[in-house]
Design a protein around this ligand. Structure first.
Ligand SMILES: Nc1ncnc2c1ncn2[C@@H]1O[C@H](COP(=O)(O)OP(=O)(O)OP(=O)(O)O)[C@@H](O)[C@H]1O
Ligand SMILES: [Mg+2]
Length: 462
């Protein structure tokens, strides 16, 4: 089938075989409007009848199609099921395949190349596991990364959330270079056959929401002869995985974490809509900062989750150093190096380069010379985090940098004119930026500044 007209012909034949009658005009209208993602009340308005009338007529239609499309057929999955079974318009009439640019090399492997139009035959979609062998994947905006280790436990958590718990909105936040994009690229590589669409968009240049929506719709409509009108319609009709990377760019620098730039507050409503409406898709947000309203939505039992991406496990971090095996020696000291640089892949890579260049790869020599954490090129990365802090957070950060021990939330800087609530807000915000971490000590929660960031504050802002 190449168009909605073909769908109508198919439906007409099917109804004729069952009833000896052709589709009525009303039935055609119901099918067409359903195909376009319209709601029953909208169809009722167009047909000048009541919504319950339309519902009854539609219910009879779905019943007749069930033998062909499955017993769970209903309005919201009608288009999805027809397309899945008959691959309506998945390949353009010219035979060109969609999104030719998706040969992205991830961790040494190719994400499935959908140039292979053969993979789009109906038979391949009806495999026993019901896997989609030809998902439409658009990773043009994704960074080109290769890495040899992974946040393995986080990958299984994400798989569980997305594939088993049908979570609608996931926020991944963590420091720059901790591996957020790399983690999601690996995830895409592992679960792409579960989706009809996978689209990666960066918010690097802070697009207005309307621009982003238009771009997303363009990605969807390339493969649809009658494009669906909204993102939610696409999320409802198809199984989509949309990734928005670099989300911190729509947040205001110099304010508490996760506050939108002026004119960008409508993103909040969009995220909320994805979290709260019913559909079969997932939106992943990748950010340095956790959006503030996500914390509120989380308390309301919606299908949303947050993953704070922290250091790599020691074994995984060791692989980073091991990849430089000809460059680094003194393996017995690697674990100390990993612990000083917080298992942070980018920091470890940068420091390993310094050790290679100036210490001939001798990790023990490098460590022996340090009486404080050496920052070198890390300063630039840390500075970009520092610059985003609000004045309140900076105050608290300076104070935390002077503390030798982790602090209890009841402690706070004396003589600083910081009210209790200002202090709490600043601590919360620093946690949402991943600059403060929490640990349990003798049945109490205590907080500490990331030690590398602490060193940056001490050296730069004494
Ligand atoms: N698990 C890992 N093992 C080894 N290297 C890694 C790992 N994760 C990331 N890296 C490397 O660290 C670098 C930064 O990773 P990535 O771009 O994913 O970070 P990020 O958290 O998305 O940073 P940003 O927020 O600045 O975009 C990349 O060069 C990547 O190859
Ligand atoms: Mg990234």
């Amino acid at each position: 089938m190449n168009s909605f007209e073909d769908v109508l012909n198919w439906a007409d034949n099917l109804i004729f075989n069952q009833t000896g009658k052709n589709l009525s005009e009303v039935q055609k209208k119901i099918l067409e409007s359903t195909w376009q993602g319209k709601k029953y009340w909208q169809i009722a308005e167009e047909l000048h009848c009541s919504e319950s009338d339309v519902k009854k007529k539609a219910a009879k239609l779905w019943k007749k199609f069930r033998k062909d499309l499955g017993e769970d057929l209903n309005k919201s999955n009608f288009r999805y099921k027809v397309e899945k079974k008959y691959r309506v318009s998945q390949v353009s009439s010219s035979g060109d395949c969609l999104l030719q640019e998706i040969d992205i090399n991830i961790c040494g492997q190719f994400i499935q190349n959908i140039k292979d139009t053969q993979a789009r035959s109906p038979s391949s979609l009806d495999t026993p596991q019901n896997k989609n062998k030809s998902p439409i994947i658009n990773l043009k905006d994704a960074p080109k990364l290769t890495c040899n280790s992974h946040h393995t436990s986080e990958i299984s958590t994400l798989k569980q959330w997305i594939l088993e718990s049908n979570i609608h909105l996931i926020t991944i936040y963590g420091l720059s270079g901790i591996g957020k994009s790399a983690l999601i690229l690996k995830l895409v590589e592992e679960i792409n056959t579960e989706f009809d669409y996978i689209i990666w968009k960066t918010l690097d240049d802070a697009p207005q929401l309307s621009t982003l929506k238009t771009e997303l719709k363009k990605c969807f409509s390339k493969s649809q002869t009658t494009p669906l009108s909204t993102i939610i319609d696409n999320f409802n009709t198809y199984r989509c995985l949309v990734i928005l990377d670099d989300v911190e760019n729509i947040f205001q620098s110099g304010e508490l974490a996760g506050n939108y730039l002026p004119g960008y507050k409508n993103y909040s409503r969009f995220f909320e809509q994805i979290a709260t409406s019913s559909h079969q898709s997932c939106l992943i947000l990748i950010s340095w900062e956790k959006p503030r309203e996500i914390a509120i939505l989380e308390t309301e039992n919606h299908p949303i989750k947050t993953l704070h991406l922290k250091r790599l496990e020691k074994a995984e971090a060791t692989k980073i150093l091991a990849a430089k095996v000809k460059e680094l020696t003194d393996e017995e000291n690697w674990s100390e190096l990993i612990s000083i640089y917080q298992g942070h892949p980018t920091w470890l890579n940068i420091i390993a380069a310094t050790i290679k260049e100036f210490y001939n790869g001798r990790v023990s020599q490098f460590l022996a010379e340090q009486n404080e954490i050496y920052l070198g090129d890390l300063e630039l990365i840390l500075e970009s985090h520092f610059e985003r802090l609000s004045p309140l957070e900076k105050k608290v950060t300076y104070w935390l940098a002077t503390q030798n021990e982790s602090v209890n939330i009841c402690q706070r800087p004396v003589n600083s004119e910081l009210s209790k609530s200002d202090f709490l807000d600043a601590m919360k915000s620093l946690c949402r930026r991943s600059l403060i971490e929490k640990k349990e000590l003798e049945n109490q929660s205590v907080f500490y500044l990331n030690p590398v960031f602490k060193q940056y504050i001490i050296t730069q802002h004494k």
